[in-house]
Design a protein around this ligand. Structure first.
Ligand code: COA
Ligand code: AMP
Length: 635
């Protein structure tokens, strides 16, 4: 006891209905809930059942009604378009959103319909998300770095009535045309949307399909604004697909009520942000960080949010982040450690920082991957503000563990995201399902019910929801991260327990990549594993065994394999290293020893697996890794 964090954490677990019921007063409801927590159908817990609200109303209209109409709600900062900066007040953002809701409604989109958004980092992405929320329609944003095939998979799963896109995205200087990708995805998908709304950017004018496509500007010029539609607290706000253990992504479903309550509360409790403050999350609207902390969290809280279309380096230099922080008086920033590693690599002494006045800056939050102690120290020393590692997942929507800076600032321990946030009963379990002793590694699990704002289920896949998260440790949510808790309750996240890897803060499935490689006609079997990378954290490496009698040149097969992963999954997979080998190391029962190969690539020592079928194969793997520029320092 004795500090606000301890009190909040204890109450949130001992009396969650009182804790979250009080927190929910921060949201405006059109009908108050009957029950804070409906636990009649575990593991499908429902928060604020019987309650009704509109998330867009809470993010925009209520701030206008409460006198924030002239405050800046959103700053679009886009170095890739020659330094565009465009600001929207809360009134302007509400009006644009209401108009775009009118556009969607005129196309027959109503409460419960799905709308896919395949958008670059432009204000219209935020407007489209909020417009869906206004109508009670369910948005599903697909990250622009995914290929047409991934978009097609999501179209078939979500079955959208409408798709909203733009003519292009801009990757530093590369123009990525979206409409050809959209056309390819729609051709490939079985489900067809009724309408596509396309925003023409000046860099590319896309040709529109008669009868299917609407031009964003034309549609907006004649649209009537649409009012907020109240929805049940338990109705879905969005579906966000994330990598599962196969090529089939999981559609994480977020509700309206619990989400609004939790995110609004996190702004102060975790980030120590007040209404009116400037909050910048340098992520992408295609990821959960973008949903929670570019759009919903800051806007629900009446902050100014920044939508940044650029990179940490190269747009134009490694001072880009400092420029944005100084120019827009950012109080708190959130990004992935990989972005800081990119800056540190180009400007190790942070010389560019000296050109900017960062006096308004109070804190940096990092997530998406573990913050390595070097990056933590570099950021702390150069920025002179607290640097907070916090741990969460697409599924959870907000931090499971963090130094909750608005409650109590604990000392930072490098390598740890500090302690379980209020609402989270985090335990480390052994294979027998019982907690392991302090300091011992096990599966990190969260006792049910999870707090508000976490995943309600997987879209159209209740069974998969149970199988993926609830089956292995009954009564708990399995995070699929392994780690330990120390004697001061600090949590340490060490590794995934499944085949998910983390590339530049992006979550990818090696199983999904293996499925693509296996489709190559020359490939008999293959393995993809994540190897350590000093910039991106991890990078995928593929090893392929060819079918007997294949005569095609190996280097051509390698090129084709790389192109296939880029084409099927997308450039974001960063799949560029693959080698042909004669055999893969296996156990006597035929299980591929991916972990052993990863240790070879990373120059880690490892005990020879007792069950290995033929240890001599490891020398061949060593050679293959060396040919890829890995495993070089191995004695
Ligand atoms: N649309 C199309 N292509 C995209 C894309 C998008 N929205 N985002 C990334 N890509 C492409 C990149 O252009 C690159 O293509 P290439 O193989 O032709 O070079 C590829 O996908 C890999 O991208 P990325 O992993 O982002 O690497 P990078 O070398 O372009 O940049 C960093 C490296 C570290 C600068 C970058 O990853 C970054 O800024 N990360 C910030 C972290 C972040 O946003 N995390 C999200 C969760 S918080
Ligand atoms: P995503 O769903 O894309 O947000 O990825 C979630 C996964 O990223 C987690 O399960 C972790 O494996 C990893 N991750 C996210 N944040 C952290 C962190 N702060 N420390 C360690 N791993 C993290």
């Amino acid at each position: 006891m004795g500090n606000k964090y301890n009190e909040a954490h204890a109450q949130s677990l001992s009396d969650p209905e009182k804790f979250w019921g009080d927190v929910a007063e921060g949201i405006t409801w059109t009908k108050k809930w009957d029950k804070v927590l409906d636990d009649t159908n575990p593991p499908f817990y429902r928060w604020f059942s019987g309650g009704e609200l509109n998330t867009c109303y809470n993010a925009l209209d209520r701030h206008v009604e409460n006198g924030r109409g002239d405050q800046t709600a959103l700053i679009y900062d886009s170095p890739v378009t020659g330094g565009t900066v465009k600001k929207y007040t809360y009134s302007q953002l509400r009006d644009e959103t209401a108009k775009f809701a009118g556009v969607l409604a005129s196309q027959g989109v109503t409460k419960g319909d799905r709308v896919i958004l395949y958008m670059p980092m432009i204000p219209e992405a935020a407007i489209a998300m909020l417009a869906c929320a206004r109508l009670g329609a369910v948005h599903s944003v697909v990250f622009g770095g995914f290929a047409a095939n991934e978009l097609a998979i999501r179209i078939d799963d979500a079955k959208p009535k409408a798709i909203v896109t733009a003519s292009c995205g801009i990757e530093v200087t590369k123009i990525i045309e979206y409409v050809p990708l959209l056309n390819k995805a729609i051709d490939q998908a079985t489900h067809k949307p009724d309408v596509c709304v396309i925003l023409q950017r000046s860099q590319v004018i896309a040709s529109l399909k008669e009868g299917r496509d609407l031009d964003w500007d034309d549609a907006m010029s004649t649209a009537s604004p649409h009012d907020c539609v109240p929805v049940a607290a338990t109705d879905p706000l969005y579906i966000l697909y994330t990598s599962g253990t196969t090529g089939r992504p999981k559609g994480v479903v977020r509700d309206n009520g619990g989400h609004a309550v939790a995110l609004n509360w996190t702004m102060k409790a975790i980030y120590d942000i007040e209404p009116g403050d400037v909050f910048w999350s340098a992520s992408d609207v295609g990821w959960v960080v973008g949903h929670s902390y570019i759009i919903y969290g800051p806007l629900l809280n009446g902050c100014t949010t920044i939508l940044y279309e650029g990179k940490p380096v190269g747009t134009p230099d490694a001072g880009a982040f400092w420029r944005v922080i100084a120019e827009h008086k950012v109080k708190v920033m959130f990004t992935a450690p990989t972005a800081f590693r990119a800056i540190k690599r180009v400007d190790p002494d942070a010389k560019l920082l000296k050109q900017y006045d960062l006096s308004a800056f109070k804190g940096l939050f990092l997530a998406g991957e573990r913050t390595d102690p070097d990056t933590l120290r570099w950021a702390e020393e150069n920025l002179g503000v607290p640097v907070i590692d916090h741990w969460w997942q697409t599924e959870t929507g907000w931090a499971i563990a963090s130094n909750c800076m608005g409650l109590h600032a604990f000392d930072v321990k490098p390598g740890s995201p500090t302690k379980a946030a209020p609402g989270w009963d985090v335990q480390v379990l052994g294979e027998d399902g019982h907690p392991v002793p302090t300091g011992k590694i096990g599966s990190i699990c969260c006792k049910l019910p999870l707090p508000p704002g976490t995943l309600a289920t997987l879209w159209n896949a209740d069974d998969r929801f149970i199988e993926a998260y609830m089956d292995e440790f009954p009564g708990y949510y399995k995070t699929a991260d392994a780690g330990y808790i120390d004697d001061e309750d600090y949590l340490y996240i060490m590794a995934r327990t499944d085949d998910i890897i983390n590339v530049a803060g992006h979550r990818l499935s090696t199983g999904g990549m293996e499925e693509v490689l296996a489709e190559h006609p020359c490939v008999a079997e293959c393995a993809v594993l994540g190897v350590a990378d000093s910039l991106k954290g991890q990078l995928p490496v593929g090893l392929m065994v060819l079918k007997v009698g294949v005569e095609q040149d190996h280097s051509e097969i390698v090129k084709e394999a790389i192109a296939m992963v880029r084409d099927k999954i997308g450039p974001v997979a960063a799949f560029k290293m693959v080698a042909v080998v004669d055999r893969l190391p296996k156990t006597r029962s035929g299980k591929i020893l991916r972990g052993t190969m990863q240790k070879i690539a990373d120059n880690e020592t490892f005990p020879l697996p007792a069950t290995i079928d033929d240890p001599t194969v490891l020398d061949e793997i060593q050679e293959a890794m060396e040919s890829l520029g890995l495993a070089s320092a191995r004695p």
